[in-house]
Ligand binder design. Structure first.
Ligand code: GLV
Ligand code: MN
Ligand code: MN
Length: 464
């Protein structure tokens, strides 16, 4: 019996079309989020480390070792997807997978899978995360879910526990995406939403994505071989740090993710005219950086225009030629918009474009923007959410249902299989920064919930 057959009859959204189901869920989530910024549905007794199956010390040791790859003097790591540093970290993590007895393979997008056989011919229960980071990022984003997944396998081995479903741990390629501008790259290819059109993308030093895949010992001509065939996955689970303040501030131990925001990203080029900074009168300039600065503020204004949780960011500006005595003639900057509702993102972008056109006129500049990343919002499966909630309760942990403002690989794989995510608290809500931290006890709690969720899904999904 395959997982989607098992889940659908129990899913409250099972009779809806995909589109109306999406709308219904997001309207529901929006109402919920507006009424209760977070909904704590259980305040159970504090957990006891003794009741855990997973080994918290072993997990911490492995996470600390992983944090050495790309470590920065100020703390945290820079371990970009498709970099030598990440390649070295991949070798370390692949070793851990093999030590755990997993049969390791790497797909054409560079995603690493480690398989543990099941006792029945059933679709695979897939779980894992990513080990790449943003520049000057933290030690917990992605790594907790990656090494937590390997720890789940180690704990099953220790307890001589078998499962009916085959289990696979996955380490997705280039989730963060600063390199090549594509977030959730590996999972996007696996889900079939990205294809060979991305291969010619060049990075700052002129290497293409295809070049990097070759360095990862993959043949870019076979990129689409990485697509996961529909029906082969029973479910996808991802353990992750929350990356926001809600769990930490409310002292709730486990977040049960209801859905993940959509993200759309554009690369914009403002073209003016590079000229002498001393001799060009102020009213005869075509200053691309002045225009881009106005554009940045326009993004912020438009996003703030309506109430809601939508966000918009201009993450950098590259001005050329980049000298104090030359008026910038060309500026590259990205625009990133996120919301639970894809229509809100489109509406904001319409307004932003109008504001950019106005600025172009005022500054004598031309600004062109092209989409470089488009990730649709994703829903967690209600039945998988229940399993996670029950797993947390059985461990004595409190839970809160919550949306995710960060994107995640599990979101892309939700196009193929029922998805669920487990969040653990982030200290002070800080992430994508060296100060990112989650208490080791919280990391262990999340991993134990992942362990129990996997076993519950394994039992329940094959019960009919
Ligand atoms: C990934 O962490 C993202 O949300 O950008
Ligand atoms: Mn992440
Ligand atoms: Mn991240």
């Amino acid at each position: 019996m395959n997982m989607s057959q098992w889940l659908r009859p129990r899913s409250i959204f099972s009779n809806f079309s995909n589109t109306s189901r999406t709308i219904a869920v997001w309207v529901g989530l929006a109402v919920l989020a507006a009424a209760f910024p977070w909904v704590s549905d259980t305040q159970a007794a504090a957990s006891s480390g003794e009741s855990r199956h997973i080994n918290a010390q072993r997990l911490q040791g492995n996470l600390e070792k992983l944090s050495e790859f790309g470590r920065n003097p100020e703390g945290g790591v820079t371990r970009l997807g498709f970099s030598q540093t990440e390649m070295d970290a991949r070798t370390y993590v692949t070793g851990l997978m093999k030590e755990a007895g997993l049969e390791v393979r790497v797909d054409a997008a560079g995603n690493i899978f480690g398989r543990r056989a099941g006792t029945a011919p059933l679709p695979t229960l897939l779980f894992g995360s990513h080990i790449d980071s943003v520049p000057h990022g933290g030690n917990f984003d992605g790594t907790v879910g990656s090494l937590g997944a390997i720890e789940v396998i180690r704990a099953l081995n220790d307890g001589h526990v078998t499962t009916q479903h085959p289990l696979e741990v996955v380490i997705w390629t280039n989730e963060e995406g600063p390199h090549f501008g594509i977030s959730a790259l590996g999972s996007g290819v696996a889900a079939g939403v990205l294809g060979p059109e991305i291969l010619d993308r060049k990075d700052d030093v002129g290497l293409t994505l295809a070049d990097w895949l070759r360095r990862y010992e993959q043949d870019p001509a076979h990129l689409t071989d990485a697509r996961i065939p529909r029906g082969t996955l029973a479910a996808i689970l991802e353990l992750h740090i929350e990356q926001g303040p809600q769990l930490y501030e409310t002292k709730v131990q486990i977040g049960v993710v209801q859905g993940i925001v959509g993200l759309k990203r554009w690369k914009c080029i403002a073209t003016g005219f590079a000229n002498h900074a001393g001799t060009t009168p102020m009213n005869r300039r075509k200053d691309a950086l002045a225009a881009a600065a106005k554009d940045l503020l326009a993004v912020r204004d438009v996003v703030r225009e309506e109430p809601g949780r939508q966000v918009g960011t201009v993450g950098y500006m590259k001005a050329e030629p980049g000298a104090p005595n030359v008026i910038p003639g060309r500026v590259e900057f990205p625009v990133e918009l996120r919301d639970l509702d894809a229509a809100t993102i489109e509406r904001m972008w319409e307004h932003i474009q109008q504001r950019f056109a106005q600025t172009d006129k005022e500054e004598g500049v031309e600004t062109r923007c092209a989409v470089i990343n488009d990730i649709a919002p994703a829903l967690s499966d209600p039945s998988v959410q229940s399993v996670i909630r029950e797993a947390a309760r059985s461990t004595g942990l409190s839970t809160a249902d919550m949306p995710s403002g960060a994107v995640h690989d599990a979101g892309e794989i939700s196009r193929l299989a029922p998805m669920g995510m487990i969040f653990v608290p982030s200290r002070d809500g800080i992430s994508h920064a060296p100060q990112e931290f989650s208490a080791w006890d919280d990391v262990a709690n999340g991993t134990e919930v992942l362990y129990r969720s996997i076993l519950k899904l394994d039992k329940q999904m094959n019960a009919r």
